[in-house]
Design a protein around this ligand. Structure first.
Ligand SMILES: [Zn+2]
Length: 275
C-alpha cells in the first residue's frame, strides 16, 4: 500500500493505435511534482478528474478548453496499479491507444520507468457513509471500509451469461490488469456505421460471436470479461483523483454510472475524508 505521493522515475514514450480513429497515437509520460494525473493535448492541460469527464458513451473521455482525450480508463487503471499519483501525459491525438485491449502494456512500461516517492501524504479518499447511484437496472454503490473491495456482476446473452466476481485485495489482483475489453459481434456493425472502432481487431478486443468467443486463442481467464469490467471501474474511479477506499458493489455498471458515483460522493463533503 502506498503512503505518499509518487511520480514516474523517468520520461518515456509509448505508441499504439486508437480504437475509434484507427490512427497511431504517441503518449509521452513526464514526471510531475504537482498532485494528480493530467493529460496535455494541443497545449491544453486536462486533469484526469471526474469533473472533466465530458462523454461516457463508449469510453471515458475528458475535455477542457476545446481539447479532449478519450479512452483514458485503462491507462488510469495502470496508474492506480503502479501506485502513481502524479504524472503528465502528452498525447498527439484524441484518444489513448487501445494496445492489446487491457492495461498490461501501460502497467509494464510504468513499472519499467520506476516509481519516485515524494514526502507528501494525502493520496487516499475514504467514503464516510454509503453512496449509491442507479440507471435502469444497473447500479453501483460504495460503503465505508478501510481498503478497496470490489464485487461486480455482469449479465449478457449466452455464451457470457451472468458472471460475478469479488476482489478483496484490489491492489494486488494483477489478473485484472491483463483482462481485455470485449464486444458482442452483433454490436460491431452499428459501431462501425457510426464511424467508430476503425482500429478494432481481434488483436485488441475479445469478440463474442453467436455461440462462442471468436478469437482463435480464446480467453486469457475464465472470468476475463467481468475482470475487464472491474478494470474499467478501477480506472474510472481513479478519476476521483485519489486512491479510493470503500466496499464497492456494482451490477451492470459502465462509464456513465461510474462517473455519476464520483459526482454523488463529491456533492457533499460529509460523504468522504481525504488523508
Ligand atoms: Zn475497458
Amino acid at each position: 500500500m502506498i503512503k505518499r505521493q509518487t511520480t514516474i522515475n523517468r520520461i518515456f514514450r509509448l505508441s499504439g493505435i486508437g480504437l475509434h480513429t484507427g490512427r497511431t497515437v504517441t503518449l509521452e509520460f513526464l514526471p510531475r511534482r504537482e498532485f494528480g494525473i493530467a493529460f496535455v493535448n494541443n497545449g491544453q492541460l486536462i486533469p484526469a478528474r471526474y469533473d472533466m469527464v465530458a462523454d461516457t458513451r463508449l469510453s471515458t473521455q475528458i475535455a477542457a478548453g476545446g481539447a479532449s482525450v478519450a479512452t483514458i480508463e485503462h491507462l488510469m487503471a495502470a496508474f492506480y496499479y503502479s501506485g502513481i499519483t502524479n504524472c503528465l501525459v502528452y498525447i498527439d491525438g484524441p484518444e489513448v491507444p487501445i494496445m492489446d485491449g487491457s492495461a498490461w502494456e501501460f502497467y509494464h512500461e510504468i513499472w519499467r520507468a520506476g516509481v519516485y516517492e515524494f514526502p507528501e501524504p494525502g493520496v487516499y479518499l475514504q467514503v464516510t457513509r454509503p453512496v449509491e447511484v442507479r440507471h435502469n437496472d444497473a447500479w453501483v454503490r460504495i460503503k465505508p471500509l478501510n481498503t478497496l473491495d470490489i464485487t461486480m456482476t455482469i449479465e449478457f446473452r449466452p455464451p457470457v451469461g451472468k458472471q460475478r466476481k469479488r476482489v478483496m485485495d484490489v491492489e494486488n489482483a494483477v489478473s485484472i490488469i491483463n483482462s481485455r475489453t470485449f464486444v458482442l459481434h452483433e454490436e460491431i456493425e452499428a459501431i462501425r456505421k457510426a464511424g467508430l472502432a476503425k482500429g478494432g481487431s481481434l488483436d485488441n478486443a475479445v469478440v463474442i460471436g453467436g455461440e462462442s468467443i471468436v478469437n482463435p486463442q480464446g480467453l486469457r481467464y475464465k472470468k476475463e470479461l467481468v475482470n475487464h469490467k472491474i478494470l474499467d471501474l478501477i480506472g474510472d474511479l481513479y478519476t476521483c483523483g485519489y486512491r479510493l477506499l470503500g466496499k464497492v458493489e456494482a451490477h451492470k455498471t459502465g462509464h456513465y454510472l461510474n462517473n455519476l458515483l464520483l459526482r454523488e460522493i463529491f456533492s457533499d463533503p460529509e460523504n468522504y475524508a481525504i488523508y
